[in-house]
Design a binder for this molecule. Structure first.
Ligand code: FES
Length: 358
C-alpha cells in the first residue's frame, strides 16, 4: 500500500501534505528539478551501504541540497530508488526535524530555547529575531533569506545561549549579537562561525550531510576541516578542579577485589557469616526482599557476585548475530524468509499480550 502525497491517506500517514506550500503548483513549478545527476548521486550513496535502505537519511539530505526541503518529488525519488513506499519514506522524513517539510530560506537560523540557553537569554533572542523578521518558528521571510526555528538543545550547552546558522555554531549570543548576525545574513554576508567550518548555506550543508563535499576544491574542503575550534567554556570545570586540587571520586568496583593488604578486613555479617563486605550483604538483602521475579532478576544482576554478562554465543562458539546480513528484521524490511515465528507462549509478567490485528 502506498500513501501518495496529495491524498487524504498521505496526509494522515506522512504529514507531508500538511503544508499549503506543497499544494501550490506555482511553488512546486519553481523548484529546481531533481535531475538524472541527482538520481546517480542517490545511487552512489546507496552503494556505500550493505543494505540499500540504510542510505535513506543521506538521500533525504541530498534532496534538500537541491530543492531546499523534502519535496513530494524527493520522496518519490527515494522511494523508487530504494524500493520503499512513499509512506515509509515520509515516515522517516517527518520523524527528524532536520528534514524540512516546506521550502526553506537560503539560511536556517536555529535558536536554542532549551533550559540552559533559555535562562541565559535564548528565548529573548528568539522573540527578538521573530519580531525583526516578521516570522515565527519554522517560517521563512518573504525575501527567502532566512528560515527561523527554535531548537531544543543544540548540544553546546557550555556555550549557551547558542544560535546556529545552517548548523554552524555562533556561541554565547545575546539579542544584539544575534540581530547583527541575522542582518548580515540578509545582506548576503557570511559571518564566520565562532568555531568550525566557514558558513555556506542550507543547500550547501545539506550536500555535505549527504556525504558529498560542498566545497569548490580540495583546498577549500581541507580549510573547512582545519577551521579553528574552541574549548574554553568546555574546559572551565576541569581547570577549576585542577586549581583546587580536586579529582573525581573513584568508580565503585563491581566485582570483589583481589586480595590486597590495603583492602578493609572482612566483616562479620548479622547472619554470623564472615568474609562478606557490607556491599554484598546489602545486595543479598535486596535479592531476598525482591517482590517479583523481575525485581529479583534485577537485584541478582547487580549483585557483586553476579558474573559479567556473556556475549551472545552462536552454536559454533562465535559471538554475534546469526541472522544473515540483509535479513535483519526492521532493517531490510524483509525479515528472515519463511512463515512468521510461532507463538512461544512467552509472556512478560504483568503485561497483557498484544492483540493481533484482524
Ligand atoms: S540548552 Fe542550548 S545548547 Fe543545550
Amino acid at each position: 500500500m502506498s500513501a501518495l502525497p496529495g491524498s487524504a491517506e498521505g496526509t494522515a500517514v506522512t504529514g507531508l501534505d500538511s503544508s499549503p506550500v506543497d499544494a501550490s503548483p506555482e511553488t512546486l513549478a519553481a523548484l529546481p528539478p531533481l535531475t538524472e545527476q541527482t538520481r546517480l548521486e542517490a545511487r552512489e550513496i546507496m552503494a556505500r551501504y550493505p543494505v540499500p535502505r540504510s542510505a535513506l537519511l543521506p538521500m533525504l539530505h541530498l534532496v534538500q541540497s537541491v530543492q531546499g526541503y523534502v519535496s513530494p518529488e524527493g520522496v518519490t525519488l527515494c522511494a523508487e530508488e530504494l524500493g520503499l513506499t512513499k509512506a515509509e519514506v515520509g515516515a522517516v522524513a517527518t520523524f527528524y526535524t532536520m528534514y524540512k517539510r516546506r521550502p526553506t530560506g537560503r539560511h536556517i537560523v536555529s535558536v536554542c530555547t532549551n533550559t540552559l540557553c533559555s535562562v541565559l537569554g535564548g528565548q529573548r533572542i528568539m522573540d527578538a529575531l521573530s519580531a525583526d523578521l516578521g516570522v515565527h518558528h519554522d517560517e521563512t521571510t518573504a525575501d527567502g533569506s532566512i528560515t527561523l526555528e527554535h531548537a531544543e538543545c543544540l548540544a553546546a550547552c557550555d556555550y549557551a545561549p547558542v544560535v546556529t546558522v545552517d548548523y554552524e555554531f555562533y556561541d554565547q549570543q545575546d539579542v544584539d549579537s544575534a540581530r547583527e548576525l541575522v542582518a548580515a545574513l540578509r545582506r548576503g554576508e557570511k559571518p564566520l562561525p565562532t568555531r568550525g567550518a566557514p558558513l555556506t548555506d542550507f543547500k550547501g550543508i545539506s550536500r555535505q550531510l549527504a556525504g558529498f563535499s560542498q566545497h569548490a576544491d580540495a583546498a577549500a574542503a581541507r580549510a573547512a576541516v582545519d577551521a579553528p575550534s574552541a574549548l574554553g567554556p568546555t574546559l572551565v570545570g576541569l581547570k577549576l578542579a585542577e586549581e583546587r586540587g580536586e579529582s573525581a571520586p573513584a568508580m565503585p568496583r563491581r566485582s570483589a577485589p583481589a586480595p590486597d593488604t590495603q583492602q578493609p578486613a572482612a566483616t562479620v555479617a548479622p547472619s554470623g557469616r564472615t568474609g562478606e563486605t557490607p556491599g554484598k550483604e546489602a545486595a543479598d538483602a535486596r535479592v531476598a526482599a525482591a517482590d517479583t521475579p523481575a525485581e529479583r532478576a534485577g537485584a541478582a544482576a547487580s549483585h557483586p557476585d553476579a558474573p559479567e554478562p556473556a556475549g551472545r554465543r552462536l552454536p559454533d562458539g562465535r559471538e554475534g548475530t546469526d541472522t544473515p546480513a540483509g535479513q535483519e528484521p526492521g532493517t531490510s524490511g524483509q525479515g528472515p524468509a519463511g512463515p512468521p515465528p510461532a507463538d512461544t507462549g512467552r509472556r512478560i509478567e504483568g503485561r497483557t499480550p498484544p492483540r493481533r490485528k484482524g
